[in-house]
Design a protein around this ligand. Sequence first.
Ligand code: ADQ
Length: 500
Amino acid sequence: CYSSEGKPMKQRLLVVANRLPVSAFRRGEDSWSLEISAGGLVSALLGVKEVDAKWIGWAGVNVPDEVGQRALTKALAEKRCIPVFLDEEIVHQYYNGYCNNILWPLFHYLGLPQEDRLATTRSFQSQFDAYKRANQMFADVVNQHYEDGDVVWCHDYHLMFLPKCLKEYNSKMKVGWFLHTPFPSSEIHRTLPSRSELLRSVLAADLVGFHTYDYARHFVSACTRILGLEGTPEGVEDQGKLTRVAAFPIGIDSDRFKRALELPAVKDHINELTQRFAGRKEKMLSFSCLLLVMLGVDRLDMIKGIPQKILAFEKFLEENPVWRDKVVLLQIAVPTRTDVHEYQKLTSQVHEIVGRINGRFGTLTAVPIIHLDRSLDFQALCALYAVTDVALVTSLRDGMNLVSYEFVACQGAKRGVLILSEFAGAAQSLGAGALLVNPWNITEVANSIAYALNMPADEREKRHRHNYAHVTTHTAQDWAETFVSFESHPPTPFLLLADF
Ligand code: ADQ
């Protein structure tokens, strides 16, 4: 595209996600304050060159009145954001219901909560109708702002119905869809009552992306087995129309972490943490550092396997008495979906297990587990990653898991060990450097903790070097750029028919 002066024009990109990258707080009838939430997706898109991106999504607040809606729209425009207004009822049915109660557990192989299963079955249809209505509302807003030549990039399981709605508005619109969670085996997907409608809606997109080849293959298998369509090396074909399917593993903005470690405030944090655990100093085996900290940083969600991780740590303490007062597990868990019964139960369960283990192995001066139900600011998080000796990422399933990447990015000096679930997408990229574990097998995880703590320095160095090279060369910016420029530079087809 060229401007009237003959200069190349930036490609316009409309990013559509359930949530905008800002939180809105109402200060008066027509006044709002906004707080940017700097997530992976935001920094990924900030780094994409030659693209002029705008965000479309829900601001996370109910704004029933027109005055408030107009004022919020204006305030958001300055941040290049465009709101979709959803009322409380639709949020309840679409977001809490269909997205978080049905698709999220299903895509992570967790099924539905036993006691809610029948209730969910009964309310399924009304929640799916709300899901479609909400997706149509997103499509209406995209359509109002779309200009010829724009690329529309839809994100995640909340918006699987969106590609179809958009193509109904304009079949020439260029539409991509990316899933941040795993796409499960077709045997799991086929249990979903709306299985075919969702697949067909996604297939309306021109390009469909996943974090790993396995998820992409599962998706293609679901289309061939459930819809009877043809899988090709490039994707899925339906009556001559090809939807390209490919793997686009996400990364992080590793430079942001490197820069943070140079900040005086982060260095102060690191010193504070080092002193905080000074009482546990002990020169152990291969570690030249004196502080033995194991770290878990997760959203407090069933998929993250927090209870399993803590039970594995208990097993490790049980079987390795020599380490009992020399190692501490810091588990930082940000509460999410706190109004949902299952999540409240998870929180109590974690508190109960931590209390029991601390009672069992703690002393008057120290406890083996420090568990915090809270979020940490970016600088504190970087400092924690930097002082950690062993990171424990034991998700039961995870689309990718960026915490494992962030830990590696902050370990320049320390060469700490990453223990990583084989069920996290990250296992495919960091598998050669990490110790891979089955998070359901607490004996295996406990043995890996012991192995990590005793690992010779040269092995730690080798493993770290592998992971660090990957994290710093496969960044969030590369991820976004590859997806957006896919049409002009498609990579080698990866799906061989023999694979499915
Ligand atoms: P999430 O499930 O949120 O993302 P993850 O990829 O680990 O999982 O990202 C979590 C982010 O939240 C990280 O940037 C981390 O630093 C931050 N975070 C977590 N706990 C925190 C705490 N206590 N304090 C402060 N920050 C905290 C979904 C999918 C993932 C996929 C991403 C991106 O579930 O599998 O990797 O999207 O596609």
